[in-house]
Each structure stands twice: as C-alpha cells, then as structure tokens.
Design a protein around this ligand. Structure first.
Ligand SMILES: Cc1ncc(COP(=O)(O)O)c(C=O)c1O
Length: 287
C-alpha cells in the first residue's frame, strides 16, 4: 500500500487529504522538492534539503518541523512504503487560513510527503537521445524558488507531449535559452565547453545541474555558466538536459533542427558516465 505523510500522520495515500483552506490549494502558496532514492538511500539529500530551506526562506514560510525531524520522517516514510527505489515529494505550504492575500500570522506550515516509483527514462532514450521543442518562457521572475505554482510548466510540457517531444525548452523574448519545463539545459560548444545558463533568478538551480558542473570541472572538462540564445543552442554539436529523475539525458533535436549529427555526443556520453558513477558511489544503483 502507498503511504503518505500529512501533517504528523502516516496514512493510506488514497485517503490522504488537506484542508480546502490550505494556502497551497488556494494560492499555490508553497514549495516542493523531489528527491530520488535508490537502495533506500537518498541521492544528494543534503543538497535538496538545503534548497528546500532556501525556497522557504525566500517566501518567508517557516520550517514545518526542525531539519533533523524532516529527515526522520523521510526515512520512516520510505520504509513504510516498502520501496527500495523511487522518488520522494516533499511539499510545504504556508498553512491553513481563511482566504486572504496577506500572509497570515502564527499559522503552522503544512507538510505533505508522498513516495512514487522511479521516473527514469527508457534505456533507449539514454542511448539515442530525445527531441525537445522550444517555447516562450511565460513564467514569473522568481524561477529560482521551487514553487508548487507550475501552470506554465505543465502547459508547456503538455504541448511538448502533443508534439511527441520529450521536453519543452523555455526561451526568453530575446532568444535566451533558460531551462526545460522540468529540467536544466546544457549545450556543448564546438570548442568542447559545457555551457549552461547561470544560476540566477531566471532558472531553478537544479541539484543535478550543480552536481554535474562540479563533476565535469573535477574531470577537467571546461564548463561555462553564461547566457546564450536558441540559435547558438541549435548550432551546437551536442546538447542534453538534466534533472533528478532523468539524470543526464541527451538531446538530439530541437524543433526541426538536428543537434550535431543527431546522435549522442562524446562529451555528453562522458558526462553521463560521470553522473552515473556519482549515483553509484552514493547509493549503489547502476545505470
Ligand atoms: C523548472 C525546473 N528546472 C530544473 C529542474 C531540475 O532540477 P533538479 O536537478 O534539482 O531535479 C527541475 C526539476 O524538477 C525543474 O522543475
């Protein structure tokens, strides 16, 4: 049976519910994290907890429980779900209060956690790469906060699905490539430089993005965090997207344009190896 955690109780996922005046439900007034786990071990748990705390701080929402208690609940929930491998959603909202735009005082933040199966891409996608589509970035200006307000993201992904594309790539009006609807985007330049948008307010600072940059740098691969436009991305010999659920997923086509020769590039393959061995070292999971 799937078990959810809701404000202090572990309950059957099918029966889990929140109050209709929860501000997450009313206003999307909350944040979330998605953490992968393999062999019962969290992948980069500390980095996810740190980002969760930062998102809450930026929105002036308190921690629902102390950080050490959060970890205990996570461990307990994974155990109760009896899953060795999968994904964990942690969602924190400002809490329950009569509808009013102004932040309520002395309200207890709501904490919900759920566990689901792993969302890993198919092996053929890792090996052959995926196609993605570009679309206008119509989100707000604080994309660095992992907010539960995801309407533009889900609409973009829905359109990508309609067009049989794996991901939607958000582009500014001036052509700047930001990130995917649920991933960070990288290109590899002709000079072999792994290039991605800087971690500012325009993108979510992905944990897999951050880890990969560090792994690449350590391996002596040049990395540049700078802005670039969609024309440069389409002309790049290699591209890929990253996230906690897709790891390093090669991109072989953007809209109608093949990336390089339309096959997975050498540097991308090397980065896949580096990231996979990072997962293995932490959790024992082999990709
Ligand atoms: C908009 C957006 N960018 C980037 C990412 C990748 O973040 P992470 O590597 O932490 O999973 C996500 C993940 O959900 C996302 O929603």
């Amino acid at each position: 049976m799937r078990i959810a955690y809701v404000n202090g109780s572990y309950i059957d996922n099918a029966l889990a519910s929140v109050h209709i005046e929860d501000r997450g439900y009313q206003f999307s007034d909350g944040i979330y994290e998605y953490i992968a786990f393999y062999n019962g071990l969290l992948l980069d748990g500390d980095l996810h907890f740190k980002r969760l705390e930062r998102s809450l701080r930026e929105l002036e929402i308190g921690m629902p429980v102390v950080p050490s208690a959060l970890r205990v609940i996570v461990r307990e929930l994974i155990e109760r779900n009896g899953r060795e491998e999968g994904g964990l959603y942690i969602q924190v909202t400002r809490g329950v209060s009569p509808r009013n735009h102004i932040y309520p005082k002395n309200v207890r933040p709501s904490l919900v956690m759920t566990v689901c199966g792993a969302k890993t891409p198919k092996q053929s996608e890792f090996e052959n790469g995926v196609k993605i589509m570009s679309c206008h970035d119509n989100r707000w200006e604080r994309r660095d906060i992992k907010s539960i307000s995801l309407l533009p993201n889900i609409m973009a992904k829905q359109e990508a699905g309609r067009q049989k594309m794996r991901e939607a790539l958000f582009i500014e009006t001036d052509g700047t490539v930001n990130e995917g609807s649920a991933s960070n985007f990288f290109m590899v330049t002709k000079a072999g430089v792994v290039t991605t948008h800087p971690a500012d307010n325009d993108i979510l600072p992905g944990i897999s993005r951050d880890v990969l940059i560090k792994l690449a740098t350590k391996a002596g691969i040049a990395v540049d965090e700078r802005k670039f436009d969609i024309a440069e991305a389409k002309a790049a010999p290699e591209a890929f997207i990253t996230s906690t659920s897709i790891n390093v997923l090669p991109v072989v086509k953007i809209d109608d344009k093949l990336i390089g020769k339309g096959v997975v590039g050498e540097i991308t393959m090397k980065l896949q190896e580096l990231y996979n061995s990072h997962i293995y070292k932490q959790t024992g999971k082999k990709f």
